[in-house]
Design a protein around this ligand. Structure first.
Ligand code: ADP
Length: 363
């Protein structure tokens, strides 16, 4: 049967284990041999014990765990042809010609490059006597399918990335916990939320937690935001509200491109209003804990679809990403999505915020 390998790469996120589990079980179900590659591309380059065959029971009891049980890593070696050549050899020796990569846009870019580079890698391996001519002919192409694991929901081409919903749960739990203590005093809480250049987590959490104010990268305020913020907080207090919640996305800026940090917001409030103000930086708490039901199901559905996509692939099939389109797991071109995601990141850097928001749509 076919040889399929699954690995997680780059930053981890909740729900990756569900995806790994689904790939393994769907792969075995259709009669393929399935392998784990531990520690992302590093495990692929290093080979040895990092590449192990999976069994049905080897993925039991992982669906509820956060992070990724097969490990993830960043890998410098894979960026060079020499490293990719070692990786190719390790796959060929185990009969693997199908890859499922779960990661962010960097990991998917690497996978695409690997596919493009494959013929050249085989030629090199032949030249160095590392594989036989028979092996070259047998393994002359590699299929690649990606899934996006990221808490930021910053990938173009899918409605949700694996991990976003769980991160949102963590944030909401934290705000609820803070609210219950803060309510005893008159206090103002500033929460710094992850998301890099994407305000999805901040915006969604802000709505779900009745935040009084939010700063997100896509909608930078004018430089006199401090006046507006203080007016708003003051009017809330005068109406008897004892607790204020302010959400600051980690990439928040003003219209001049100046960073708006939790510290800066605190200084404004303390200096101008004298409110008792506290900062909470949620940090890696957002990536931790068990995956939500949504992320477990998302991982299951995407993982199963990934294996089906590999089954139907021909040498001409371009790598695809499994994406969520409304309620359906569908296939979209991998490189198209990666390029669009990078273009959005660039638009954010260029301060073309409206354009970035428009581009970020699904298709
Ligand atoms: P993410 O996948 O979360 O965006 P990174 O950008 O760090 O995280 O990428 C993860 C790994 O993918 C890198 O450590 C590297 O091994 C591989 N990778 C990323 N970009 C490339 C590239 N252009 N060429 C080859 N490999 C890459």
């Amino acid at each position: 049967g076919k040889g399929i390998a699954v690995f997680t790469s780059g930053g981890d996120s909740q729900g990756m284990n569900a995806a790994v589990r689904a790939v393994v079980r769907m792969g075995l179900y259709i009669g393929a041999r399935v392998f784990f590659i531990k520690e992302g591309y590093q495990g692929m380059v290093d080979g040895g014990d990092n590449i192990v065959e999976a069994s049905w029971s080897s993925v039991s009891g992982i669906i509820h765990k956060g992070g990724t049980v097969i490990g993830s890593a960043r890998c410098k070696d894979f960026r060079d042809r020499e490293g990719r050549m070692k990786a190719a050899r390790n796959l060929i020796k185990r009969g693997i010609t199908n890859l499922v990569v779960i990661g962010g846009d960097g990991s998917l870019t690497g996978a695409n490059l690997f596919k493009q580079d494959w013929p050249a890698l085989l030629a090199l391996l032949i030249k160095r006597d590392q594989i036989t001519e028979e092996e070259r002919q047998k393994y002359n192409f590699i299929n690649i399918v990606g899934m996006v694991g990221s808490i930021d929901n910053d990938f173009c081409g899918t409605d949700m990335t694996i991990g976003t919903d769980s991160a949102l749960h963590r944030i909401i739990e934290a705000v609820d916990a803070i609210s219950s203590t803060a309510y005893s005093h008159q206090r103002c809480f500033i929460l710094e939320v992850m998301g890099r250049h994407c305000g999805y987590l901040s915006l969604s959490a802000g709505i779900a937690c009745e935040a009084d104010y939010m700063f997100i990268p896509e909608f930078p305020p004018d430089h006199n935001w401090d006046e507006h913020l203080c007016e708003k907080l003051e009017s809330e207090r005068s109406m008897g509200q004892r607790l204020n919640i302010i959400i600051v996305a980690e990439g928040a800026i003003d219209r001049d491109g100046e960073a708006i940090t939790a510290e800066l917001v605190k200084k404004v409030i303390v200096d101008q209003l004298g409110f008792d103000t506290r900062i909470t930086v949620l940090g890696h708490v957002q990536r931790g804990g068990s995956p939500s039901a949504f992320d477990r199901l998302l991982g299951c559905r995407m993982g199963a679809e990934a294996v089906l996509a590999l089954m139907e692939a021909t040498p001409e099939t371009e790598p695809c990403v499994i994406s969520l389109d409304g309620n359906q797991a569908v296939r979209v071109p991998l490189m198209g999505c990666v390029l669009k995601t990078q273009a959005v990141a660039q638009a954010m850097k260029d301060r073309s915020w409206d354009q970035a928001v428009q581009m970020r749509g699904r298709s």
